[in-house]
Design a protein around this ligand. Structure first.
Ligand code: PLP
Length: 439
Protein backbone atom coordinates (compact mmCIF):
# COMPACT_ATOMS: atom_id res chain seq x y z
CA UNK A 1 0.00 0.00 0.00
CA UNK A 2 1.14 3.54 -0.64
CA UNK A 3 -0.28 6.72 0.77
CA UNK A 4 -0.81 9.78 -1.48
CA UNK A 5 2.46 11.38 -2.46
CA UNK A 6 4.43 8.30 -1.51
CA UNK A 7 6.47 6.51 -4.21
CA UNK A 8 5.47 2.90 -4.79
CA UNK A 9 7.92 0.53 -3.20
CA UNK A 10 10.46 -0.94 -5.62
CA UNK A 11 10.34 -4.66 -5.15
CA UNK A 12 11.76 -5.64 -8.52
CA UNK A 13 12.28 -4.37 -12.02
CA UNK A 14 8.59 -4.80 -12.95
CA UNK A 15 7.43 -2.37 -10.26
CA UNK A 16 9.72 0.31 -11.72
CA UNK A 17 6.96 1.07 -14.20
CA UNK A 18 3.99 2.46 -12.27
CA UNK A 19 1.83 2.21 -15.42
CA UNK A 20 2.23 -1.52 -15.85
CA UNK A 21 -1.37 -2.25 -14.82
CA UNK A 22 -2.66 0.26 -17.35
CA UNK A 23 -1.13 -1.00 -20.55
CA UNK A 24 -3.32 -2.58 -23.20
CA UNK A 25 -2.67 -6.27 -23.71
CA UNK A 26 -1.06 -5.51 -27.08
CA UNK A 27 1.70 -3.52 -25.35
CA UNK A 28 2.90 -6.81 -23.92
CA UNK A 29 4.08 -7.73 -27.42
CA UNK A 30 6.27 -4.63 -27.56
CA UNK A 31 9.62 -5.48 -26.08
CA UNK A 32 12.94 -3.74 -26.46
CA UNK A 33 15.77 -5.69 -27.92
CA UNK A 34 18.00 -7.26 -25.29
CA UNK A 35 20.94 -6.46 -27.52
CA UNK A 36 20.22 -2.73 -27.48
CA UNK A 37 22.52 -2.16 -24.55
CA UNK A 38 25.27 -3.85 -26.48
CA UNK A 39 24.69 -1.55 -29.42
CA UNK A 40 25.78 1.39 -27.32
CA UNK A 41 29.11 -0.38 -27.00
CA UNK A 42 29.00 -1.60 -30.59
CA UNK A 43 28.76 1.94 -31.90
CA UNK A 44 32.11 2.87 -30.34
CA UNK A 45 34.60 3.67 -33.11
CA UNK A 46 36.96 0.83 -32.16
CA UNK A 47 34.20 -1.75 -32.66
CA UNK A 48 33.58 -3.02 -36.19
CA UNK A 49 29.83 -3.24 -36.46
CA UNK A 50 28.59 -6.00 -38.73
CA UNK A 51 25.30 -5.59 -36.87
CA UNK A 52 23.58 -2.51 -38.23
CA UNK A 53 21.31 -2.32 -41.24
CA UNK A 54 21.98 1.33 -41.97
CA UNK A 55 22.46 2.20 -45.62
CA UNK A 56 25.67 3.96 -46.56
CA UNK A 57 24.68 7.42 -47.72
CA UNK A 58 28.17 8.81 -48.33
CA UNK A 59 27.75 8.62 -52.10
CA UNK A 60 24.69 10.89 -52.19
CA UNK A 61 25.08 14.24 -54.00
CA UNK A 62 24.57 16.29 -50.83
CA UNK A 63 25.38 19.67 -52.30
CA UNK A 64 22.90 19.50 -55.12
CA UNK A 65 20.32 17.94 -52.81
CA UNK A 66 20.63 20.84 -50.42
CA UNK A 67 20.17 23.25 -53.31
CA UNK A 68 17.05 21.38 -54.42
CA UNK A 69 15.57 21.37 -50.90
CA UNK A 70 16.15 25.14 -50.74
CA UNK A 71 14.40 25.56 -54.07
CA UNK A 72 11.42 23.50 -52.96
CA UNK A 73 10.96 25.78 -49.95
CA UNK A 74 11.50 28.91 -52.01
CA UNK A 75 9.27 27.91 -54.91
CA UNK A 76 6.61 25.69 -53.32
CA UNK A 77 7.07 26.31 -49.60
CA UNK A 78 3.42 26.88 -48.79
CA UNK A 79 2.56 23.46 -50.20
CA UNK A 80 5.68 21.69 -48.93
CA UNK A 81 5.16 22.85 -45.36
CA UNK A 82 1.43 22.17 -45.32
CA UNK A 83 -0.60 19.01 -44.54
CA UNK A 84 -1.17 16.86 -47.57
CA UNK A 85 -3.55 14.07 -48.45
CA UNK A 86 -3.24 10.73 -46.65
CA UNK A 87 -2.89 9.19 -50.07
CA UNK A 88 0.40 10.98 -50.76
CA UNK A 89 1.69 13.67 -53.13
CA UNK A 90 0.13 12.89 -56.55
CA UNK A 91 3.28 13.49 -58.64
CA UNK A 92 5.34 11.26 -56.36
CA UNK A 93 2.77 8.49 -56.64
CA UNK A 94 3.10 8.63 -60.42
CA UNK A 95 6.87 8.53 -60.18
CA UNK A 96 6.75 5.57 -57.79
CA UNK A 97 4.74 3.72 -60.41
CA UNK A 98 7.64 4.29 -62.82
CA UNK A 99 10.08 2.95 -60.23
CA UNK A 100 7.95 -0.17 -59.74
CA UNK A 101 7.71 -0.66 -63.51
CA UNK A 102 11.39 -1.69 -63.34
CA UNK A 103 10.16 -4.85 -61.59
CA UNK A 104 7.37 -5.46 -64.04
CA UNK A 105 4.61 -3.90 -61.94
CA UNK A 106 1.93 -1.92 -63.70
CA UNK A 107 0.37 -0.15 -60.73
CA UNK A 108 -2.05 2.75 -60.78
CA UNK A 109 -1.13 5.82 -58.66
CA UNK A 110 -4.62 5.71 -57.13
CA UNK A 111 -3.90 2.29 -55.63
CA UNK A 112 -0.75 3.51 -53.95
CA UNK A 113 -0.43 5.05 -50.49
CA UNK A 114 2.72 6.92 -49.48
CA UNK A 115 3.80 6.03 -45.94
CA UNK A 116 6.40 7.01 -43.37
CA UNK A 117 8.84 4.37 -44.55
CA UNK A 118 7.68 0.89 -45.47
CA UNK A 119 7.69 0.20 -41.73
CA UNK A 120 4.50 2.25 -41.45
CA UNK A 121 3.03 0.41 -44.42
CA UNK A 122 3.68 -2.85 -42.57
CA UNK A 123 1.92 -1.44 -39.54
CA UNK A 124 -1.10 -0.32 -41.57
CA UNK A 125 -1.47 -3.63 -43.36
CA UNK A 126 -1.31 -5.54 -40.07
CA UNK A 127 -3.74 -3.09 -38.50
CA UNK A 128 -6.38 -3.55 -41.17
CA UNK A 129 -6.06 -7.32 -41.52
CA UNK A 130 -5.06 -8.85 -38.19
CA UNK A 131 -7.18 -9.53 -35.15
CA UNK A 132 -5.48 -10.87 -32.03
CA UNK A 133 -4.73 -14.54 -32.51
CA UNK A 134 -4.72 -14.45 -36.31
CA UNK A 135 -1.82 -16.23 -37.93
CA UNK A 136 0.72 -14.50 -40.15
CA UNK A 137 3.11 -16.70 -42.09
CA UNK A 138 6.62 -15.36 -42.51
CA UNK A 139 9.87 -16.75 -43.79
CA UNK A 140 12.15 -18.14 -41.11
CA UNK A 141 14.17 -16.06 -40.41
CA UNK A 142 12.39 -12.79 -41.08
CA UNK A 143 12.77 -9.03 -40.67
CA UNK A 144 12.85 -8.11 -36.98
CA UNK A 145 10.78 -4.95 -37.53
CA UNK A 146 7.96 -6.93 -39.13
CA UNK A 147 7.96 -9.49 -36.32
CA UNK A 148 7.72 -6.64 -33.83
CA UNK A 149 4.75 -5.16 -35.70
CA UNK A 150 2.94 -8.49 -35.89
CA UNK A 151 3.52 -9.04 -32.17
CA UNK A 152 2.21 -5.58 -31.35
CA UNK A 153 -1.10 -6.49 -33.03
CA UNK A 154 -1.10 -9.83 -31.20
CA UNK A 155 -0.87 -11.80 -34.42
CA UNK A 156 0.83 -15.16 -34.15
CA UNK A 157 3.75 -15.73 -36.50
CA UNK A 158 4.38 -19.15 -37.99
CA UNK A 159 7.66 -19.42 -39.85
CA UNK A 160 8.06 -21.13 -43.20
CA UNK A 161 11.50 -22.50 -43.95
CA UNK A 162 13.72 -21.19 -46.73
CA UNK A 163 16.51 -22.80 -48.66
CA UNK A 164 19.04 -21.24 -51.01
CA UNK A 165 16.13 -20.46 -53.38
CA UNK A 166 14.05 -18.71 -50.74
CA UNK A 167 10.71 -19.77 -49.32
CA UNK A 168 10.07 -23.49 -49.83
CA UNK A 169 6.64 -23.95 -51.47
CA UNK A 170 6.04 -27.39 -49.92
CA UNK A 171 6.65 -25.93 -46.47
CA UNK A 172 4.22 -23.12 -47.23
CA UNK A 173 1.58 -25.62 -48.27
CA UNK A 174 2.19 -27.66 -45.14
CA UNK A 175 1.93 -24.59 -42.89
CA UNK A 176 -1.35 -23.57 -44.50
CA UNK A 177 -2.76 -27.08 -44.27
CA UNK A 178 -1.74 -27.35 -40.62
CA UNK A 179 -3.44 -24.06 -39.76
CA UNK A 180 -6.57 -25.13 -41.60
CA UNK A 181 -6.70 -28.45 -39.80
CA UNK A 182 -6.34 -26.64 -36.48
CA UNK A 183 -9.21 -24.36 -37.46
CA UNK A 184 -6.93 -21.30 -37.40
CA UNK A 185 -7.21 -18.30 -39.70
CA UNK A 186 -4.11 -17.30 -41.69
CA UNK A 187 -4.41 -13.68 -42.71
CA UNK A 188 -1.39 -13.26 -44.94
CA UNK A 189 2.01 -14.48 -46.00
CA UNK A 190 4.67 -11.87 -45.32
CA UNK A 191 7.62 -12.34 -47.64
CA UNK A 192 10.84 -10.51 -48.50
CA UNK A 193 11.51 -12.24 -51.79
CA UNK A 194 14.63 -10.33 -52.83
CA UNK A 195 17.91 -10.32 -50.87
CA UNK A 196 16.04 -11.25 -47.73
CA UNK A 197 16.72 -9.46 -44.48
CA UNK A 198 18.33 -11.24 -42.66
CA UNK A 199 18.94 -14.37 -44.75
CA UNK A 200 20.40 -12.75 -47.88
CA UNK A 201 18.65 -15.26 -50.15
CA UNK A 202 16.28 -14.58 -53.05
CA UNK A 203 13.12 -16.45 -53.96
CA UNK A 204 13.81 -18.29 -57.24
CA UNK A 205 11.80 -16.81 -60.08
CA UNK A 206 10.50 -20.28 -60.93
CA UNK A 207 9.00 -20.55 -57.43
CA UNK A 208 7.14 -17.27 -57.45
CA UNK A 209 4.07 -18.33 -59.40
CA UNK A 210 3.77 -21.45 -57.26
CA UNK A 211 3.89 -19.45 -54.03
CA UNK A 212 1.17 -17.17 -55.39
CA UNK A 213 -0.96 -20.12 -56.50
CA UNK A 214 -0.70 -21.79 -53.10
CA UNK A 215 -1.75 -18.60 -51.29
CA UNK A 216 -4.62 -17.95 -53.69
CA UNK A 217 -5.84 -21.53 -53.31
CA UNK A 218 -5.92 -21.06 -49.52
CA UNK A 219 -7.50 -17.61 -49.78
CA UNK A 220 -4.49 -16.00 -48.14
CA UNK A 221 -3.18 -12.56 -49.06
CA UNK A 222 0.52 -12.00 -49.88
CA UNK A 223 2.42 -9.04 -48.44
CA UNK A 224 5.55 -8.54 -50.53
CA UNK A 225 8.15 -6.39 -48.76
CA UNK A 226 10.81 -5.29 -51.19
CA UNK A 227 13.15 -2.56 -49.98
CA UNK A 228 16.28 -4.16 -51.51
CA UNK A 229 14.91 -5.25 -54.89
CA UNK A 230 16.89 -2.70 -56.94
CA UNK A 231 20.14 -3.48 -55.15
CA UNK A 232 21.10 -6.56 -57.18
CA UNK A 233 24.89 -6.49 -57.52
CA UNK A 234 24.87 -7.30 -61.21
CA UNK A 235 22.04 -4.92 -61.93
CA UNK A 236 19.67 -7.89 -62.11
CA UNK A 237 16.03 -7.16 -61.26
CA UNK A 238 13.61 -9.95 -60.40
CA UNK A 239 9.94 -9.83 -61.35
CA UNK A 240 7.87 -8.73 -58.37
CA UNK A 241 5.21 -11.09 -57.06
CA UNK A 242 2.86 -8.17 -57.50
CA UNK A 243 3.65 -8.13 -61.22
CA UNK A 244 2.21 -11.64 -61.43
CA UNK A 245 -0.88 -11.09 -59.32
CA UNK A 246 -2.48 -7.71 -58.83
CA UNK A 247 -5.51 -8.91 -56.88
CA UNK A 248 -3.91 -10.84 -54.07
CA UNK A 249 -0.59 -9.06 -53.39
CA UNK A 250 0.12 -5.94 -51.36
CA UNK A 251 3.50 -4.60 -52.40
CA UNK A 252 5.60 -2.55 -49.97
CA UNK A 253 8.38 -0.35 -51.28
CA UNK A 254 10.81 2.16 -49.84
CA UNK A 255 13.32 4.84 -50.75
CA UNK A 256 15.33 4.05 -47.62
CA UNK A 257 17.92 1.84 -49.29
CA UNK A 258 17.98 3.38 -52.74
CA UNK A 259 17.95 7.02 -51.70
CA UNK A 260 17.75 8.31 -48.10
CA UNK A 261 16.40 6.39 -45.11
CA UNK A 262 16.06 9.53 -42.97
CA UNK A 263 13.43 11.01 -45.26
CA UNK A 264 11.16 8.14 -44.21
CA UNK A 265 9.35 7.77 -47.50
CA UNK A 266 7.93 4.39 -48.40
CA UNK A 267 4.71 3.12 -49.91
CA UNK A 268 2.15 0.38 -50.23
CA UNK A 269 0.57 -0.63 -53.52
CA UNK A 270 -2.63 -2.44 -52.68
CA UNK A 271 -5.22 -4.35 -54.64
CA UNK A 272 -7.82 -1.78 -55.68
CA UNK A 273 -10.40 -3.05 -53.18
CA UNK A 274 -7.99 -2.63 -50.24
CA UNK A 275 -6.81 0.83 -51.16
CA UNK A 276 -9.58 2.72 -49.38
CA UNK A 277 -9.03 0.99 -46.03
CA UNK A 278 -5.31 1.60 -46.34
CA UNK A 279 -5.81 5.33 -46.91
CA UNK A 280 -8.16 5.52 -43.92
CA UNK A 281 -5.65 3.66 -41.75
CA UNK A 282 -2.86 6.00 -42.93
CA UNK A 283 -5.00 8.99 -42.08
CA UNK A 284 -5.70 7.68 -38.62
CA UNK A 285 -2.03 6.86 -38.00
CA UNK A 286 -0.34 10.03 -39.25
CA UNK A 287 -2.82 12.20 -41.20
CA UNK A 288 -0.28 12.14 -44.01
CA UNK A 289 3.36 11.35 -44.70
CA UNK A 290 5.52 14.53 -44.48
CA UNK A 291 4.80 16.64 -47.56
CA UNK A 292 8.27 18.22 -47.71
CA UNK A 293 9.99 14.83 -47.65
CA UNK A 294 7.73 13.52 -50.38
CA UNK A 295 8.52 16.55 -52.50
CA UNK A 296 12.25 16.10 -51.91
CA UNK A 297 12.01 12.52 -53.16
CA UNK A 298 9.87 13.61 -56.07
CA UNK A 299 12.32 16.31 -57.14
CA UNK A 300 15.25 13.94 -56.71
CA UNK A 301 13.59 11.45 -59.05
CA UNK A 302 12.82 14.22 -61.54
CA UNK A 303 16.20 15.96 -61.55
CA UNK A 304 18.86 13.41 -60.62
CA UNK A 305 20.23 10.39 -62.39
CA UNK A 306 18.68 8.17 -59.72
CA UNK A 307 19.23 5.02 -61.72
CA UNK A 308 22.93 5.91 -61.99
CA UNK A 309 22.97 6.54 -58.24
CA UNK A 310 21.47 3.10 -57.61
CA UNK A 311 24.16 1.60 -59.88
CA UNK A 312 26.86 3.21 -57.78
CA UNK A 313 25.19 1.84 -54.62
CA UNK A 314 25.21 -1.62 -56.23
CA UNK A 315 28.93 -1.35 -56.91
CA UNK A 316 29.70 -0.12 -53.40
CA UNK A 317 27.68 -2.84 -51.70
CA UNK A 318 29.09 -5.53 -53.99
CA UNK A 319 32.64 -4.60 -52.93
CA UNK A 320 31.57 -4.83 -49.30
CA UNK A 321 29.85 -8.17 -49.84
CA UNK A 322 33.05 -9.43 -51.49
CA UNK A 323 35.14 -8.28 -48.52
CA UNK A 324 32.81 -10.07 -46.11
CA UNK A 325 32.61 -13.32 -48.07
CA UNK A 326 36.32 -13.54 -48.76
CA UNK A 327 37.02 -12.82 -45.07
CA UNK A 328 34.64 -15.61 -44.06
CA UNK A 329 36.26 -18.02 -46.52
CA UNK A 330 39.70 -17.13 -45.25
CA UNK A 331 39.17 -17.05 -41.51
CA UNK A 332 36.09 -18.90 -40.30
CA UNK A 333 36.66 -22.14 -38.41
CA UNK A 334 35.41 -25.44 -39.83
CA UNK A 335 31.72 -26.09 -39.31
CA UNK A 336 30.55 -22.56 -40.16
CA UNK A 337 28.41 -21.95 -43.23
CA UNK A 338 26.88 -18.83 -44.70
CA UNK A 339 24.70 -17.52 -47.49
CA UNK A 340 26.25 -15.68 -50.43
CA UNK A 341 23.82 -12.89 -51.40
CA UNK A 342 23.77 -11.40 -54.87
CA UNK A 343 22.23 -8.18 -53.59
CA UNK A 344 21.06 -6.34 -50.50
CA UNK A 345 22.88 -5.89 -47.20
CA UNK A 346 23.05 -9.19 -45.31
CA UNK A 347 24.76 -12.55 -44.90
CA UNK A 348 23.26 -15.21 -42.63
CA UNK A 349 25.81 -17.40 -40.92
CA UNK A 350 25.33 -20.73 -39.14
CA UNK A 351 27.92 -21.72 -36.55
CA UNK A 352 28.80 -25.20 -35.25
CA UNK A 353 26.37 -27.11 -33.06
CA UNK A 354 26.61 -26.08 -29.43
CA UNK A 355 27.72 -22.48 -30.03
CA UNK A 356 25.06 -20.01 -28.88
CA UNK A 357 25.44 -16.75 -30.81
CA UNK A 358 23.56 -14.73 -28.22
CA UNK A 359 25.68 -15.99 -25.35
CA UNK A 360 28.78 -15.30 -27.41
CA UNK A 361 27.87 -11.73 -28.30
CA UNK A 362 29.39 -9.94 -25.29
CA UNK A 363 32.67 -11.73 -25.97
CA UNK A 364 32.54 -10.57 -29.58
CA UNK A 365 31.95 -6.98 -28.51
CA UNK A 366 34.89 -7.26 -26.12
CA UNK A 367 36.92 -8.38 -29.13
CA UNK A 368 35.64 -5.24 -30.90
CA UNK A 369 33.24 -6.77 -33.40
CA UNK A 370 29.43 -6.80 -33.35
CA UNK A 371 26.77 -8.88 -35.09
CA UNK A 372 23.09 -9.60 -34.48
CA UNK A 373 22.30 -12.99 -32.92
CA UNK A 374 19.83 -15.08 -34.90
CA UNK A 375 17.08 -15.46 -32.29
CA UNK A 376 15.74 -11.93 -32.86
CA UNK A 377 14.73 -12.91 -36.40
CA UNK A 378 12.40 -15.68 -35.27
CA UNK A 379 9.17 -15.38 -33.32
CA UNK A 380 9.58 -18.84 -31.84
CA UNK A 381 13.04 -18.96 -30.33
CA UNK A 382 14.95 -20.53 -33.19
CA UNK A 383 18.17 -19.04 -34.49
CA UNK A 384 20.53 -19.62 -31.58
CA UNK A 385 23.12 -21.09 -33.94
CA UNK A 386 22.77 -18.26 -36.43
CA UNK A 387 23.83 -14.66 -36.75
CA UNK A 388 23.22 -11.84 -39.19
CA UNK A 389 26.28 -10.14 -40.61
CA UNK A 390 25.69 -6.92 -42.49
CA UNK A 391 28.12 -5.48 -44.96
CA UNK A 392 26.32 -2.25 -45.81
CA UNK A 393 28.00 0.25 -43.54
CA UNK A 394 31.70 -0.31 -42.76
CA UNK A 395 34.21 0.10 -45.60
CA UNK A 396 35.75 -3.11 -47.02
CA UNK A 397 38.98 -2.98 -44.97
CA UNK A 398 37.00 -2.63 -41.74
CA UNK A 399 34.76 -5.51 -42.77
CA UNK A 400 37.82 -7.71 -43.33
CA UNK A 401 39.20 -6.76 -39.92
CA UNK A 402 35.80 -7.39 -38.30
CA UNK A 403 35.57 -10.86 -39.81
CA UNK A 404 39.10 -11.67 -38.64
CA UNK A 405 38.14 -10.66 -35.08
CA UNK A 406 34.88 -12.60 -35.22
CA UNK A 407 36.67 -15.71 -36.44
CA UNK A 408 39.03 -15.45 -33.45
CA UNK A 409 36.09 -15.23 -31.03
CA UNK A 410 34.38 -18.19 -32.66
CA UNK A 411 37.54 -20.29 -32.59
CA UNK A 412 37.87 -19.61 -28.86
CA UNK A 413 34.20 -20.41 -28.32
CA UNK A 414 34.60 -23.73 -30.11
CA UNK A 415 37.67 -24.48 -27.99
CA UNK A 416 35.68 -23.78 -24.82
CA UNK A 417 32.85 -25.90 -26.11
CA UNK A 418 35.17 -28.82 -26.75
CA UNK A 419 36.57 -28.45 -23.24
CA UNK A 420 33.51 -27.58 -21.12
CA UNK A 421 30.40 -28.34 -23.22
CA UNK A 422 27.76 -25.94 -24.60
CA UNK A 423 27.06 -22.45 -23.29
CA UNK A 424 23.52 -21.08 -23.39
CA UNK A 425 22.12 -17.59 -23.38
CA UNK A 426 19.84 -16.51 -20.55
CA UNK A 427 16.65 -16.64 -22.58
CA UNK A 428 15.26 -16.88 -26.05
CA UNK A 429 14.47 -13.46 -27.37
CA UNK A 430 11.72 -13.64 -29.98
CA UNK A 431 10.55 -10.63 -31.93
CA UNK A 432 11.55 -7.25 -30.68
CA UNK A 433 11.08 -3.66 -31.61
CA UNK A 434 14.02 -2.80 -33.85
CA UNK A 435 16.42 -0.04 -33.09
CA UNK A 436 17.43 1.81 -36.26
CA UNK A 437 20.70 -0.03 -36.04
CA UNK A 438 19.16 -3.48 -36.04
CA UNK A 439 16.64 -3.01 -38.78
C1 PLP B 1 12.77 -6.05 -44.98
C2 PLP B 1 12.56 -4.66 -44.49
N1 PLP B 1 11.33 -4.14 -44.54
C3 PLP B 1 11.08 -2.90 -44.13
C4 PLP B 1 12.09 -2.11 -43.62
C5 PLP B 1 11.75 -0.73 -43.15
O1 PLP B 1 12.22 0.19 -44.06
P1 PLP B 1 11.78 1.71 -44.08
O2 PLP B 1 13.01 2.49 -43.79
O3 PLP B 1 11.25 1.96 -45.44
O4 PLP B 1 10.73 1.90 -43.05
C6 PLP B 1 13.39 -2.61 -43.54
C7 PLP B 1 14.47 -1.79 -42.96
O5 PLP B 1 15.55 -2.22 -42.70
C8 PLP B 1 13.63 -3.92 -44.00
O6 PLP B 1 14.86 -4.47 -43.97
Amino acid sequence: MTTPGQQPERTGSRSLDPHLRRYAARAGGMTASEVRALFAVASRPEVVSLAGGMPNLAALPLESLSEQVGRIIAEEGLTALQYGSAHGVPLLREQICEVMALEGISGHPDDLVVTVGSQMALDLVTRIFCDPGDIVLAEGPSYVGALGTFASYQAEVRHVVMDADGLVPEALRAALDAAKQAGRRVKFLYTIPNFNNPAGVTMAVARRAEVLDICAAHDVLVVEDNPYGLLGFDGQVYPALRSMDRDNVIYLGSFSKTFASGLRVGWALAPHAVREKLVLAAESAALCAPTLNQMVVSRYLATHDWKGQIKSFQTMYRERRDALISGLEQHMPAGCSWTNPDGGFFVWMTVPEGVDTKAMQPRAVTARVAYVPGTGFYADGFGSRQMRLSFCYPPPERISEGVRRLAGVLAQEIDLLNTFGPTTSRSLTGPQTPSPDTA
